[in-house]
Design a protein around this ligand. Sequence first.
Ligand code: HEM
Length: 516
Amino acid sequence: MSTKEYTAEEVSKHTKEGDLWVIIDARVFDLSKFCGMHPGGLSVLLDEEVAGQDATEVFFGLHRAEVLEKPQYKRLQIGVIRGEASVIKAPVPGDISKVPYAEPTWLVDGFHSPYYTENHRKFQVEVRKFVDEFIYPEAQIKEEDGTRLSQELVDRMTAVNMHAMRMGPGKHLKGLTLMGGLVKPEEFDYFHELILTQEIARCGARGFGDGLLSGKVIGLPPVLNFGSEELKARIVPEVLQGKKFICLAISEAHAGSDVMGLQTTAIKSEDGKEWIINGSKKWITNGTFCDYFTVGCKTEDGFTVILVERGPGVETKPIKTSYSSTAGTAYITFDNARAPVGNTLGEEGGGIFVMLSNFNHERWVMCCSSARSQRAIVEECLKWSAQRKAFGKPLNTLAIIRSKLAAMISRAESTQNWLENITYQMCNMSYKQQAGKLAGQIAFLKAYSTSCGQQTATDAVQIFGGRGITRTGMGKFIEHAHRTTGFDALLGGAEDVLRDLGVRQALRSMPSDSRL
Ligand code: HEM
């Protein structure tokens, strides 16, 4: 990048097609060759308030700051304005945003939290750097081109044992070096996991977020908690090292939230050594590229969960959903597929228990990312409404816009605060206590956070106008959030089902001796 100095007067001499300069944030750009290729057209650049002038305000009203950081545009800069300094800072990997409410309060200067230790804080710093440097750039590319995440990124995550950390605290972390030794395996708790999940959610790429092996986050726990020692020894290390991939295959064309309505069957072979599985599964995240499938099946004794390996009789086809195919969402058919009886997870007929024990953690993970995604939208709206002018004034001078911002901020803050409270309970309750006491709390929080997320996305579209429904440019994250918040609201249980579950749990523990 050239640091050659110019005066505003020198720049003002270059105002024609073929000889066109502009100033943006004290930086001088030569657009002479580029102006014919400018996606916004030539005429806007030849405007007398733009050509040869300081176009900072108009530029930032129309482009995301990252445009100037792209190599093909960065090289258009030929110098700087003498005696002036740039004020708009390019984001540095790992930075904490200074925009109000863009970060949860525990990361904001001057705020305190009873929940996060020094170790959580150090962990957050390292995870954010990792995400900004390695995950964010790939997320943006893959969300668009729809291809599967790269093995290079999988391996980078393995090097710091991120796949294992995403499974939460537990025995599977024993002996592993986490984040270069920053956290001891026995100290890793649900707040570390919350941090990890929320930092990844900042990428604003919902399909990629699922493509980043979220199938493993929900598909591996039944193996870890209910698989035989032999099965775990064979499967778990290669999955946590990113060499093999696993997903959870429960929902079907026939039934989703109604687990007992599932129709995929598993019957024993004549010699009793194998399961023979027939049926289909739908909307299976990561299914297109998985080696292992944690499958819910109807068996003689009821409902049983079985680990099926990719092989004869197993076929996966991509399903086109409204988010990116990088998520690997699949329709899976099992036609006389076989799995050893030793691959049964939990008791035969005890599949409901296996599933239910999985749901709390799965839903809590979704709450973590939903809370953080909402906050990212709040940041986008605060920035946009400050830099965009309408009727000659910034958008945020309009009371109706401020009212929408108030509602968005309140939703993001309340979701995060409730989430942190539940996370604290998880850190302090036994597994059994969590199952008994937190299923309702987590179900309510999941329904609450995803309904907040949907409302915030809808409000954000109103604030961004046409850009909120445009896949590139200023409103690209708003368009994306609006198109994909519905996934959060469905996966892991539809909102109404979860609210009802929460109330039914509460009713079960109503004291019989209480009266008005
Ligand atoms: C270094 C200088 C510039 C570069 C590299 C540049 C690049 C771009 C790019 C990549 C887009 C596509 C949309 C996006 O990705 O954000 C765009 C759109 C646009 N640009 Fe520029 N631009 C420059 C300067 C300007 C200036 C000075 C104006 C002044 C009016 C301008 C007006 C527009 C308009 C009106 C659009 C269409 C925006 C929309 O569709 O919402 N550009 N520009």
